[in-house]
Design a protein around this ligand. Sequence first.
Ligand SMILES: O=C(O)c1ccc(O)c(O)c1
Ligand SMILES: [Mg+2]
Length: 598
Amino acid sequence: MRTSIATVSLGGSLTEKLAAASRAGFDGVEIFENDLLASPLTPEEIRGRCADLGLTIDLYQPMRDVEAVPVDEFGRNLRRARHKFEVMRRLGADTVLVCSSVSPLAVDDDALAAEQLSQLADLAQEFGIRVAYEALAWGRHVSTYDHAWQVVEAAGHPALGTCLDSFHILSRGSDPKGIEDIPGEKIFFLQLADAPLLAMDVLQWSRHYRCFPGQGGFDVAGLVRHVVRAGYTGPLSLEVFNDVFRQAEAGPTAVDALRSLLVLQEAVGVAELPAPVVPTGVAFAELVTPDAEPVSAVLGALGFVRAARHRSKPVDLWQQGDARVLVNTGPAARRDGTGLAAIGLESPDPEGAARRAEALLAPVLPRRRAREDAPLEAVAAPDGTELFFCATGRPELPDWRADFEDVQHTPAASDIRRIDHLALTQPWHHFDEAALFHQGVLGLDAQESVDVADPYGLLRSRAVTGADGGVRIALSVGAAPADDTVHAQHIALDTRDVVAVARRFRAAGGLLLEMPANYYDDLAARFEFADGELATYKELGILYDRDAYGEFRHCYTRTVGRVFFELVQRDGGYRGYGAANAPVRLAAQHAARRLTGG
Ligand SMILES: O=C(O)c1ccc(O)c(O)c1
Ligand SMILES: [Mg+2]
């Protein structure tokens, strides 16, 4: 189906919005009146700009407070409408959205509403324009889609149809099944938005919290299925009022928006994409650093050994069990300092995974490799993290490991088994996008989002996971501009005995993050521990949590650059990430940074 986006969904000037929509690959736009009013371009110039960009103008909107008013008021409304229709003729737009009245002048009289909308449609017809009547969820007398359709049906005018908006329908809990009772040709337009499930005033919810389909809690795909069954053949158009997107750069937001429509069309069954290839594990985490020494010291103290070196690049492979960390001292490191730059995801079909990512608009990374290197499929996540699709130790596929040459080493310790999870801090305006990317592109499941108190703000965190826990990524975002030291990325390592690993780490000179005594007093009140157990945790800074499935013990290394390590021990199938302990950990990191600057 054709794709469209309302200019109100993007930040910037009208010119910037149109360029972003076109570059992302949308077919058309809804021009929001305010964007036109604020533009220095004439309607003819906007029309030309859209044509040059390959965009159709699918809708002009909104007209407000038109119907069911006293006759002299309606006369003034028609005068206003004539002026707007003139503008639309100059724009070359043939459909206008009229939202249900919120005016105190409007009366509760469907026959009058139908009669006046019919007169409006008569006037529109003179201009070759169609009127699409939409029920605002907070409309004064008409606030549901079925009521708006009744009014339209009663008017029985060929130039009058209805506009369906998923937000207004789903926010009120209306059953979208009734959409199938509307003849498809009378659905003049379809606007799509999702939203997080919040208990709040519906107008505020709509104006500030809408998001792209798949980013919130509504079944937008289910609604679209009903609209398609009704016989609608117009565009799928995104209309998203969102405080964050308004402030963000239009280009990436438009790409994010179109990706959501691609995933939606796949779910509805009106478009096919290369099938998702769900990653089964983490092949490696790659750190870049200008100085390998501090990172190597931490890895060494954790029991990793430097097992191999890249044949053509300054990259070391550190390994313990199936946990692999690459330490890259190449040019990127000198630019960006110490940080997590790339993740290798173990994939059943690396090429298939890359094909899907590309179809879903993920930037495919150029293969900056020497001729003899294995051809690795890689794309960039929204935060810039490079994702490599890997096949480790599978002879029939290229193996990234073949680019590395073993170096002499003593055996590694054996109590760290694998990477348990990766925690990635997102830029503030990419959080919803990141969750949708990891679900839609990688085929991971998103868990509920949780809020975590930070001494200097609030952190929102959401995990995305593979079916069997082979891949776990915790995405988080702070309310304030990211503090590089505390809101760093981290690599969590799975151990069968966190106490033993923590002790060895400390004996080898490693620095663990210390936790306050009050935390342990509180733990003693909440749980029962064996004699001496709590004292051990306190000594090593180990945190404790429990869920319906099992227990969780974890502790943290001090931060190097923008990365730190977590040691985790999951027992009995514990599913979480110790979110209950995160406020204490964040406070401890702030305190450590103040004391030592690291
Ligand atoms: O919030 C509003 O006023 C508004 C305007 C036009 C729309 O299409 C809509 O869904 C909401
Ligand atoms: Mg709308």
